[in-house]
Design a protein around this ligand. Structure first.
Ligand SMILES: Cc1cc2nc3c(=O)[nH]c(=O)nc-3n(C[C@H](O)[C@H](O)[C@H](O)COP(=O)(O)OP(=O)(O)OC[C@H]3O[C@@H](n4cnc5c(N)ncnc54)[C@H](O)[C@@H]3O)c2cc1C
Length: 385
């Protein structure tokens, strides 16, 4: 259920691992108009505090590296059929105020241990590298030059077409309920009235997923949270700049003849609300932008778009598991809290391993599972804000 990046990645991993499987993707909107995968900024970074998140991003880098040479089932190189990712390896820069510099140092040491090509930058070096950045209030920064951003539509399209080539069946429809028997889901009910039977059921329906799980009695602390992105044209040229994240939560990167900027409002009321509040940029984002990048005091706001985070209110990390002991063939991955695009390939691989072998094989994601939700023991990701 769900044909966004996570559904697409799960499907092609399943079919690659077990070509004899029949995998059907139930997706109500093949244009993905409201899907988070369509709204994403496309950022791919290894700068996380939790090792699982670092390692999952590293797998996505592997996928990006071999993207254009993926082979078709007959062994031929897919080549030109694979959409251009528009991958820009311009780095990620996490800047921290003096009060968070110590935590940043610990993060940095872990990044190095995990093989991330990360650089520790003191404010003086920051000033030399990025003349347009306000650094007076900063304690330090980490730069990961190998990270960057890509076109999310191409990422989704490429993975979807790979899933199709490997034999996925696409069902245009909306899952609205389930049939169950003897601790198993036996079928998904569709809005159209039909049912889809199967051996295993995977809920990767983004912000809509927790509502479906709730129908089975599985309640997850995941809510839709609106997030804007703003594209602005600037007089100053930021072409070579990295994707910057600052202590206020500002995320900003070069785009065309200006910048894309975002500042998540974690206090926004939860809900399926994609309306745009025109004052938010003026009152909240622009002041924060000028504070960090003073040259943006002159800019033209060209466009604003909104998408929904599936925000895990417990700890800002994904919840990926099988509902063992209750409905043993029901799998889910949700709560990506703004970093599901960059983790989709690893999530697809992990779900595949759970389904095919019964346990994680490549990367142990037990700490991302349901147990911490049930016991109310957050496994917090600190680098989200
Ligand atoms: C503005 C914004 C910027 C972001 N930037 C980044 C970023 O830079 N980097 C990053 O890694 N992540 C980013 N994210 C987060 C990322 O986009 C998501 O975590 C990721 O796309 C989630 O993918 P998904 O497949 O789980 O969900 P979705 O892409 O939302 O896909 C879910 C699919 O399920 C379908 N569906 C809905 N209801 C049903 C149903 N009843 N039955 C079957 N199917 C159903 C939907 O139509 C949809 O296509 C951003 C998110 C937003 C909103």
């Amino acid at each position: 259920m769900g044909g966004g990046v996570v559904g697409a990645a799960t499907t092609w991993h399943l079919l690659e691992a077990e070509p004899s499987l029949t995998v059907a993707v139930i997706e109500p909107d093949p244009s993905h108009e409201l899907a988070a995968s369509s709204a994403a900024s496309g950022g791919i970074r290894q700068l996380f505090t939790r090792p699982e998140n670092v390692l999952m991003s590293q797998y996505t880098h592997e996928i990006i590296d071999r993207w254009s040479t993926w082979t078709a089932p007959d062994g031929s190189v897919e080549g030109n059929d694979v959409p251009d990712l528009a991958w820009r390896r311009q780095g990620y820069l996490f800047v921290a105020g003096t009060s968070r510099a110590e935590q940043l140092r610990l993060d940095y040491e872990q990044h190095v241990r995990l093989g991330v090509d990360a650089q520790w930058l003191e404010p003086e070096r920051l000033r030399e590298l990025y003349e347009h950045l306000h650094t007076e209030d900063l304690g330090a920064a980490i730069l990961s030059p190998g990270d960057g951003w890509l076109d999310p539509h191409s990422f989704l399209r490429g993975m979807t077409s790979r899933a199709r080539r490997l034999g996925a069946t696409m069902i245009k429809g909306r899952a609205v309920g389930f049939e169950t028997a003897q601790r198993r889901v036996t079928a998904v009910r569709l809005e159209s009235g039909g049912t889809v039977e199967g051996e295993s059921f995977v809920n990767v329906a983004g912000v809509w997923g927790p509502g479906l799980s709730a129908q089975l009695g599985l309640h997850l602390p995941v809510e839709p949270m609106r997030r804007y992105d703003h594209y602005v044209e600037t007089k100053t040229d930021f072409t070579g700049y990295p994707f910057i994240k600052d202590p206020a939560g500002l995320a900003v990167r070069p785009e065309s003849v200006g910048l894309t900027a975002a500042l998540v409002d974690f206090d926004a009321p939860a809900g399926f609300d994609l309306s745009i509040d025109p004052s938010y940029f003026e009152d909240v984002v622009w002041p924060a932008l000028v504070e960090r990048v003073p040259a943006t005091d002159q800019l033209k706001l060209v466009s604003t778009w909104a998408g929904l985070y599936d925000q895990n209110r417990l700890d800002g990390n994904m919840i990926l598991d099988r509902w063992s002991g209750r409905l043993d063939n029901y799998y889910f991955a949700t709560g990506f809290s703004g970093h599901g695009l960059m983790h989709a390939p690893a999530v697809g691989r992990a779900l595949t391993e759970l389904i095919v072998t019964g346990s994680f094989q490549t990367l142990d994601l037990t700490r991302m599972g349901l147990a911490r939700i049930i016991s109310n023991s957050p496994y917090r990701e600190l680098s989200i804000r």
